[in-house]
Design a protein around this ligand. Structure first.
Ligand code: TXA
Ligand code: MG
Length: 312
């Protein structure tokens, strides 16, 4: 592995692209200070140039060098949750150039905890720009095999790191404005953030652009629908389409493909993207997803499912 890691760092230094594991999802990395490398990253992702990317660092100090103001709240959150599945949006310093921030005045910073990501960042000794290693709008990868399926030869090297622990993208807290805003829910909950820094607002239409904010995102190719538990049986009974089902309950014989999910929100998140990929390749015409409970601990999962599914 350490030979692969050294090669990965060399590829990054030469302006290449390396996919690497993080505890949330796999990232597609490029040298965040190299404009050409980042341009290739956007091209491979098929991501619009005005969408900012998250910049990854080995440690807090290096991350905060990319911000020109570090509020108290940012220090508290970093101390508690870094390295880990949290991204902070701060006012950018001169290090964060237009080509990684989508020309906004802020920058997204993250210190991942996955040992392979940590080792890569230390060897590279710089900042790595990394969106999730999937094509724009599709389901994020949580294994190296997912990355290879999605990006194939468009990436110079894929580092192996097992299945991602958290399974969904990092919690994003925007501290660049007058008051803190939760831009994307994740494994670290709003309540955990608020316990440290006080009330946090939810994003609204005037919040800064971010791709997770587009309504349909993280979506499988097969049309998917969220169905409340009480309506699931009725939907299946219609029998109009060949359906694949993601549910908490036991398989139903009338259904072509059934995946049973855990009742614990973290365990569910961990398996969610692999499950959506599996259902997507099951050769069905529709995916039905049993809606999770309407409770705060399911916020992050509900957010990803809403984006993966069409409006009912
Ligand atoms: O867990 C994660 O965050 C993963 C792993 C690889 O670290 N990365 C990830 O990156 O999910 P991406 O690019 O797929 O999503 C990052 C989100 C996007 O919605 C992006 O627009 C937003 O963060 N973002 C980055 N910088 C921002 C900024 N300055 N202001 C507002 N949103 C920002
Ligand atoms: Mg993404």
């Amino acid at each position: 592995m350490s030979k692969d890691l050294r090669r990965a760092a060399d590829i990054l230094r030469a302006g290449g692209l390396v996919a690497f594991p993080t505890e949330t999802v796999y990232g597609l990395g490029a040298d965040a200070a190299n404009e050409k490398a980042v341009a290739r990253l956007y091209a491979v992702k098929r991501r619009p140039a005005d969408h900012p990317v998250i910049i990854h660092f080995a440690g807090t100090q290096a991350a905060f060098d990319w911000a020109r103001e570090v509020p108290d709240a940012a220090r508290k959150l970093a101390q508690k949750f870094w390295p880990g599945p949290l991204t902070l949006i701060l006012k950018r310093s001169r290090q964060a150039r237009d080509f990684v921030t989508g020309a906004q005045d802020s920058v997204g910073l993250r210190v991942p905890s996955h040992p392979v990501a940590q080792e890569l960042l230390r060897l590279f000794d710089g900042a790595i720009a990394a969106p999730s290693a999937n094509r724009f709008g599709l389901v994020s990868p949580t294994t190296a095999a997912h990355v290879r399926d999605d990006l194939g030869k468009d990436v110079d090297l894929v580092l192996e790191g097992g299945a991602s622990d958290v399974g969904i993208e990092s919690t994003i807290v925007d501290l660049s404005g007058a008051t803190p805003v939760l831009l994307r829910p994740g494994h670290i909950s709003k309540a955990e953030v608020e316990a440290l820094i006080g009330a946090v607002g939810e994003k609204n239409a005037t919040s800064p652009r971010h791709s997770g904010g587009l309504e349909r995102h993280y979506a499988p190719r097969t049309p998917a629908r969220l169905v409340p538990t009480y309506a699931l049986d009725g939907e299946i009974a219609k029998g109009k389409h060949k359906v694949a089902v993601l549910a908490f309950s036991r398989p139903d014989e009338r259904v072509d493909y059934w995946l049973r999910m855990p009742r614990d929100p973290h365990a569910y998140a961990q398996r969610l993207y692999a499950a959506l990929r599996e259902l997507d390749s099951a050769g069905c015409e529709r995916i039905l997803v049993e809606a999770p409970p309407d409770a705060p601990e399911w916020d992050a999962v509900r957010d990803r499912l809403r984006r993966a599914c069409e409006a009912a």
